[in-house]
Design a binder for this molecule. Structure first.
Ligand code: SIN
Length: 553
């Protein structure tokens, strides 16, 4: 049995920890804040799975591939749709109470699904319901593990939970990941050794000023993997949710609201989506987000309106209690009047390149959930496939621990092509008197140039601006206060990720899925995935050969 370090406590990390203890491994679960603090908690719409008699895995797969705009790895998408129902049943076993009516489990419709297949809990509190059931399971196991005699083999699985502990970097020895450097709640850096590390740190919504993610979503796992030398892929594909409430904090207004019949109107009261796509408000997410951005540009940046008044107060309050509360907090009564909405950064299709077993390109390293780029989502994730992906691939990663602990996905495999100009990703020297990057600056650049609508000119300007900043200084010498240390490590991660994301977006001279460039408005199907190797690889290669060879195709 192996020692396993799981980093992150959303659905993916919690499932990984639970399944790894089931398998008899010794597990340490570390998480940056308290155990329940994660992106999962904010998920509303639900979890999509072919669980109903009028549905099929094939139909779910077709919808997933169509949304992915030709960039899905079909094997990953098939695994997602095939194993999804079993993983949803696991969640029910772990105590998730999906909403029901007299005919059984109820289901919602979301954009680009050909039928209703989205299970939800607590109305629009699906993520919170999943998170609290899994946290209870993990806490119960961790408490039980504490009562076992130390070091008694076979006495039962060990599970140690360390909250308020941040991943700083991965430890690589002999080309293999063998643990991590962590920043503990005492402000000390410590090294933890493990046979395998499973990254489940979520996405990086904090790259943008407007996001549906909590502030802790700073891409820590993706950045650390990249620095360690693992391949990361498709970072240019960041999904913007069309409808975040346009108030401070930009809370999510679930697509399920449009699934129930709410419509979008511009400042003149016109339903603009009718002219854009046959699916109207339920067109693919990227189409709706871009249309809203265009409408906003034509009305001096003012948000568009989501009109849910036709649904009636009772349905809104019962089916969407979280959104109703967010509206109330903002002084809005959405049963009586349309509410202002605008796109916000929501989900990263890119991430640590993995195979369909969650294995990264470095032996000993696994990535699951939003941290991973399994290929299941392609250029644009289908609504409510994210919780499903987390559950399916966390389970598979744990199964792979025992089967093939030293294999890694091949970053140069046939399925992976594309180019990225590494000059934009190269790290600044640090010796010049440049200003240090800060979060506001990074977010401003990313929103303006690498947001919903992009252009080559804008992305080049972003690359130049980022290259003119020094990476934020980290460590106790920079500032010994714990909160400032955490923030500095987060900002440094965001800076690394902003640079490679902009470089990837600049390299992708087409529009596809969530990546839209006004200078290349058409899709170029011959372009496939973009893979970025680590900064260390870039720097080493740059001194020896041509920079363009450093970022692989
Ligand atoms: C939503 O409820 O609209 C979000 C669902 C998702 O991101 O899949």
């Amino acid at each position: 049995m192996a020692s396993v370090l799981v980093v992150g406590s959303g659905l993916a990390g919690l499932i990984a920890a639970i399944r790894a203890t089931d398998a008899g491994h010794t597990v340490t679960l570390v998480t940056k804040a308290a155990l329940p603090d994660s992106n999962t908690r904010y998920a509303q719409g639900g979890i999509a799975a072919a669980m109903f008699p009028d549905d099929s895995v094939e139909s779910h797969l077709v919808d997933t591939l169509r949304a992915g705009a030709g960039l899905c790895d079909p094997a990953a998408a098939r695994v997602l749709c095939m194993e999804g129902p079993a993983r949803v049943r696991d969640l029910i076993r772990f105590g998730v109470d999906f909403d029901r009516d007299e005919s059984g489990v109820t289901r919602g419709l979301e954009a680009a699904h050909s039928r209703s297949r989205v299970l939800h809990a607590g109305g629009d509190a699906t993520g919170a319901a999943i998170e609290s059931a899994l946290v209870a399971t993990v806490r119960e196991r961790a408490e039980r593990a504490l009562t076992l005699p130390a070091g008694t083999d076979g006495a039962g699985p060990r599970l140690l939970v360390r909250e308020h502990t941040m991943l700083v970097d991965l430890v690589v020895e002999g080309g293999r990941v063998g643990g991590a450097i962590l920043l503990g709640p005492d402000g000390e850096l410590q090294s933890l050794t493990a046979d395998s590390v499973i990254l489940a740190t979520g996405g990086a919504g904090s790259l943008y000023p407007h996001t549906t993610n909590p502030a802790l979503a700073t891409g820590d796992g993706v950045a650390a993997a990249w620095r360690a030398g693992a391949a990361v892929a498709d970072l240019e594909f960041y999904q913007f949710h069309p409808t975040a409430l346009a108030v401070p904090g930009t809370p999510l207004v679930s697509e399920a609201v449009r699934g129930e019949g709410a419509v979008l109107r511009n400042a003149l009261g016109t339903r603009f989506m009718l002219d854009v796509h046959p699916g109207a408000e339920l067109a693919p997410r990227d189409v709706v987000a871009r249309s809203i951005a265009h409408e906003m540009a034509g009305q001096d940046g003012a948000p568009v309106l989501l009109d849910a008044t036709g649904l009636g107060r009772e349905l809104l309050e019962h089916r969407f209690p979280t959104i109703t509360a967010a509206c109330r907090k903002a002084g809005l009564d959405w049963a009586a009047e349309p509410i202002p909405v605008a796109p916000a950064a929501h989900y990263w299709m890119g991430g640590v390149l993995t195979d369909i077993w969650g294995r990264a390109s470095l032996p000993g390293l696994y990535a699951v959930g939003e941290t991973a780029r399994t290929g299941a989502h392609g250029a644009n994730r289908l609504a409510s496939n994210s919780l499903l992906e987390a559950a399916v691939f966390a389970d598979r990663a744990v199964r792979a621990l025992g089967v093939s602990p030293v294999a890694g996905v091949d970053a140069g495999a046939d399925t992976v092509h594309g180019t990225m100009d590494s000059r934009h990703a190269a790290a600044p020297s640090g010796r010049s008197p440049r200003p240090f990057a800060d979060r506001d600056g990074i977010q401003r650049v990313m929103w303006q140039y690498a947001g919903v609508l992009r252009s080559g000119e804008g992305l080049a300007a972003a690359a130049t601006t980022l290259a003119g900043w020094n990476r934020p200084a980290t460590g106790p010498d920079a500032d010994p206060r714990l909160d400032m240390q955490i923030q500095a490590y987060e900002d440094a991660n965001l800076f690394d990720l902003a640079r490679i994301t902009v470089a990837a977006a600049l390299g992708r001279e087409e529009s596809r899925g969530a990546h839209y460039r006004s200078d290349f408005p058409s899709s170029r199907p011959e372009l496939a995935h973009t893979v970025a190797l680590s900064r260390a690889t870039v720097e080493t290669t740059e001194t020896n050969t041509e920079a363009e060879e450093a970022i692989a195709c």
